[in-house]
Design a protein. Structure first.
Length: 77
């Protein structure tokens, strides 16, 4: 299976290892942002994309999630 973002070999969740780590980080930090700013999932993803300190992998994941229409972060396992 290939990564839905970059077509590298996917490890899990349809992402390659690098995009999977970025996705996990995005999901983990969403609760903190949500409590601090009362921000929606889509607003949070938009802020990730705009933030100059955000890494390229995380920006690519956030852009993909917005385009794919994912409504809410999944529960961590």
């Amino acid at each position: 299976m290939k990564c839905v973002i970059c077509n590298r070999e996917a490890d899990k969740e349809d992402y390659c290892e690098l995009h999977a780590k970025a996705y996990e980080s995005i999901v983990e930090k969403h609760d903190v942002w949500k409590r601090a700013l009362e921000i929606s999932w889509k607003e949070y993803l938009s802020e990730i994309i705009k933030n100059s300190l955000t890494g390229e992998w995380a920006k690519e994941v956030a852009e993909y999630l917005i385009k794919s229409g994912e409504e809410q972060s999944v529960t961590k396992s």
